[in-house]
Design a protein around this ligand. Structure first.
Ligand SMILES: [Zn+2]
Length: 222
């Protein structure tokens, strides 16, 4: 349990370190880590009606619509373990999602503490993404240079020994993802800024240094 309720959104370009930082903050505070990617996989695995709809959308090689993603998030944040805090990672991804989130939280009487934008220049993002890989069993992410498993070839999280790289982690698709981020997600930044929620954190230091900066802006540093 966190010492106080804490409701946070992490945003930033793909490869900015959101997922890693989200895991660290959630471990420290005990709040729920709500990663859109993991929620999608879990929902599909459970085979719920929503899961089936999501699977269908993704199977076509497309994206899940704002409407489906919002339903998924709404259901998840209504669960008991989210009562005292959660961290949204990968959501909202579009301005309509951001606007809907606001209404959704209002209706539950939840107030966001902060939207943290982790800022990293494009060239560093490129280096980070091209080196990353993940455990095939549990999905835990690693990096050739910056985040190696403690024991070579063995996942820290689950002991798995098979790893994979995303086929789309190459220079061209990373550039496309950055362009997409600017077009789709970036408009949410001024939206949250106007609400007085935006906190920018320089995401270029070591993982621990960035984590410390995040704790500082959230005022939860030891
Ligand atoms: Zn693993």
């Amino acid at each position: 349990m966190p010492n106080r309720d804490l409701f946070v959104v992490f945003t930033g370009a793909p490869g900015c370190g959101k997922g890693t930082q989200a895991r660290i903050l959630c471990e420290k505070t005990g709040i729920c880590h709500l990663s859109t990617g993991e929620m999608l996989r879990a929902e599909i695995k459970k085979g719920t009606p929503l899961g089936l709809e999501l699977k269908e959308a993704l199977d076509d090689g497309g994206f899940a619509s704002d409407e489906l993603i919002i339903r998924m998030v709404e259901e998840r944040i209504g669960q008991d373990d989210c009562k005292h805090g959660f961290l949204l990672d990968g959501f909202p991804r579009t301005l309509p999602q951001a606007e809907t989130l606001e209404g959704l939280l209002d209706s539950k009487g939840v107030k966001l503490d902060a939207v943290i934008e982790i800022q990293v220049p494009d060239e560093i993002i490129m280096e980070r993404i091209l080196g990353r890989y993940a455990c095939m069993k549990c999905g835990r992410g690693y990096h050739d240079r910056f985040l190696k498993p403690k024991v070579y070839g063995v996942c820290d999280e689950c002991g798995g020994t098979e790893f994979s790289r995303r086929v789309d982690d190459n220079r061209t698709t990373v550039q496309n993802r950055l362009v997409n981020f600017r077009a789709l997600t970036y408009p949410t930044i001024p939206f949250f800024e106007k609400k007085g929620l935006l906190r920018c954190v320089d995401g270029t230091g070591t993982i621990n240094a960035v984590a410390a900066k995040i704790e500082k802006v959230l005022d939860i540093a030891d």
